[in-house]
Design a binder for this molecule. Structure first.
Ligand code: FAD
Ligand code: NAD
Length: 522
């Protein structure tokens, strides 16, 4: 619904205008870009019609505001008057009207739960939904005392939503003179360190453990200070996660700390809000004339690895508003067995980003100086390594920066998947100068005989001897040939929305089934 950040574009007819899954972007009238919206919100104009007053809104009142010229929507208990925003919404009025006079939280979450609507619609805030009186369930008081107990080292069952209690993780803690160890029993086999995301900031310890579509959260204000240097050990077979905190004052702790929001909960991953940490830009190098490799340093106390095929969200304040965009972390080289350079005090995140001169977010990124900070979210994405584990043929279809998810994927399969016979990349670009890491790709072709790549240019120079054109059924069938009949194959697609949609359609026409195609999308 409120897919706000992309609002400054696209130009009518632009390739980025049509979005996937029936969610189309509509042509916005001139003067209705995201920047224009930001300007309007800062103009001091009364956008709610309530002259700055905040009110309690009943369901009956909300339902009355269900027209295009008087439209209120509730998101997570807060009610916004989105009438002035209608013409600025990239998804068009129709999308907003689906939630007119009602609770739009689910609809919003389905489309872009990462969008910072709070910041974008701050001046449209009408107030809070009035609470209906509800009787407190009996367990609520015992849940509270259980929380207290757990922080003294007992083993509490987590607050579970929508899954069986027996599957829910629990935690415990113990201490020595100089350390405190928090142990999470995930009850899952095959845990690995990619599933544990840990942050420690301003005495708050936040540990998120990802178990398939679910997330278990530890969120505690620690009772005593600890060092930044936190160790995380994962006992993969038994599913135990140990977080080792080093005490600063080597004194006994009476309790672990105070529970914070959603502490000890085990809920759907999509219901867990995105968490951002501040990362420092430590280098910025040219990849092509318009694309750069950004290296960000994670805080020393942060533990996270971005799994193959997943993306993160970057957040920046652009002219006073929080803007969020997704980017896919890459390895810093395509050479398999290449060791990532170690950064002095923490882990690094590499991002290959194309700078669009009139792009709202990327042009702002380009203005960042070495030493500046940017917010980075937890990783997200639907790709699972299990999809490639026993694969025989992997076909990759990338357009422009749609190459980014292919980088870690290539490194991973060529190093880890023993069943693999062929990996074929079709890489679509406008001109030769746009081909990302062409040298590295050509080197990889020489190094690994399973790997082949074909470059196809849509705006080639006269001298170009290679393939020309855009994605088509004939180009695909010519290059993507199975190593043997009925081989186990996966085709990964990434590029602009129209490119991905066409790719999916052509592949289905060529007889590939749904399970054999994975599209990278947000
Ligand atoms: P926008 O402001 O959204 O504009 C985009 C384009 O429209 C530019 O060409 C811009 O020049 C043009 N434009 C803007 N305004 C106008 C106008 N008024 N008239 C005409 N043209 C206009 N990108 C990467 O580079 N690397 C990645 O790793 C990466 N990973 C991604 C992962 C996912 C899951 C997804 C969905 C996208 C990813 N992207 C990636 C794309 C990225 O999220 C942004 O969409 C991209 O950086 C453009 O954002 P922007 O704000 O700079 O441009
Ligand atoms: P680009 O505009 O330079 O185009 C590169 C090639 O894509 C073109 O040469 C053409 O062959 C093909 N292409 C472009 N528009 C097409 C269309 N309408 N129909 C068919 N083919 C088309 O590419 P860019 O500026 O690098 O943009 C890359 C796109 O990939 C962006 O839309 C970006 O959001 C997306 N992306 C997505 C992810 C993800 O994980 N979902 C990751 C990175 C990039």
């Amino acid at each position: 619904m409120l897919n706000v950040p992309a609002a400054a574009f696209p130009a009518p007819g632009s390739q980025q205008r049509a979005a996937r899954g029936g969610r189309s972007k509509v042509p916005l009238k001139p003067g209705r870009s995201l920047m224009d919206w930001i300007r309007l919100t800062k103009s001091g104009k009364d956008l709610t019609g309530l002259k700055g007053r905040l009110i309690e809104v009943t369901e009956e009142e909300l339902a009355k505001h269900n027209k295009t010229d008087d439209c209120w929507i509730c998101i997570r208990g807060l009610v916004y008057n989105v009438t002035p925003y209608m013409e600025y919404h990239p998804g068009g009025e129709g999308e907003l009207m689906k939630a007119a006079g009602a609770d739009g939280t689910d609809l919003f979450d389905q489309v872009h739960r990462w969008v910072n609507y709070e910041s974008m619609l701050k001046e449209c805030l009408v107030g809070r939904m009035a609470l209906k009186p509800i009787a407190l369930p009996k367990e609520s008081t015992s849940a509270l005392s259980e929380e207290k107990k757990c922080l003294n080292g007992m083993l509490p069952e987590s607050k579970i939503v929508g899954t069986s209690k027996s599957l829910a993780p629990s935690y415990d803690w113990f201490q020595t003179d100089c350390s405190v160890t928090v142990v999470v029993y995930t009850k899952q086999k095959g845990m690995n360190s990619e599933m544990v995301i840990l942050d420690y900031e301003d005495s708050r310890l936040r540990g998120e453990i990802i178990i398939r579509d679910y997330s278990y959260l530890l969120n505690i204000e620690l009772s005593n200070a600890v060092q930044e240097d936190i160790a995380v050990h994962v006992a993969e077979k038994v599913g135990k996660v140990e977080i080792v905190l080093k005490k600063i004052d080597n004194i006994p702790w009476k309790k672990l700390g105070q529970p914070l929001e959603s502490h000890n909960s085990f809920i759907k991953r999509t219901d867990q809000g995105l968490y951002y940490r501040k990362c420092k830009l430590i280098s910025k190098t040219d990849v092509t004339h318009d694309t750069k490799l950004f290296c960000l340093l994670l805080p020393q106390s942060t533990h996270f690895q971005v799994p193959v095929g997943q993306h993160v969200y970057l957040k920046q304040i652009v002219t006073g508003k929080e803007i969020v965009k997704p980017y896919t972390p890459v390895s810093c080289s395509l050479q398999t067995h290449f060791k990532e350079p170690s950064c002095h005090d923490g882990a690094c995140l590499f991002l290959m980003i194309k700078i669009y001169p009139s792009g709202l977010f990327s042009s702002e990124l380009d203005r960042l100086q070495i030493g500046d900070y940017i917010y980075v979210s937890n990783p997200e994405g639907s790709f699972q390594k299990s999809q490639v584990q026993t694969l025989e043929d992997l076909f990759l279809l990338a357009a422009g920066t749609g190459f980014t998810p292919m980088i870690k994927l290539l490194n991973y399969v060529l190093t880890n998947v023993n069943s693999l016979w062929t990996v074929k990349l079709m890489f679509f670009n406008k001109t030769e100068d746009d081909i990302l890491w062409r040298d590295q790709l050509e080197q990889l072709i020489l190094q690994d005989k399973r790997f082949e790549a074909q470059f196809i240019l849509s705006e080639p120079s006269k001298e170009w001897n290679g393939k020309r054109g855009k994605i088509s059924s004939s180009l695909l069938s010519e290059f993507f040939k199975r190593s043997k009949q009925d081989s186990k194959v996966l085709i990964c697609i990434c590029g602009s929305a129209p490119f991905t949609e066409q790719g999916e359609r052509f592949l289905k026409d060529l007889g590939y089934c749904k399970e054999e195609i994975h599209s990278f999308t947000a």
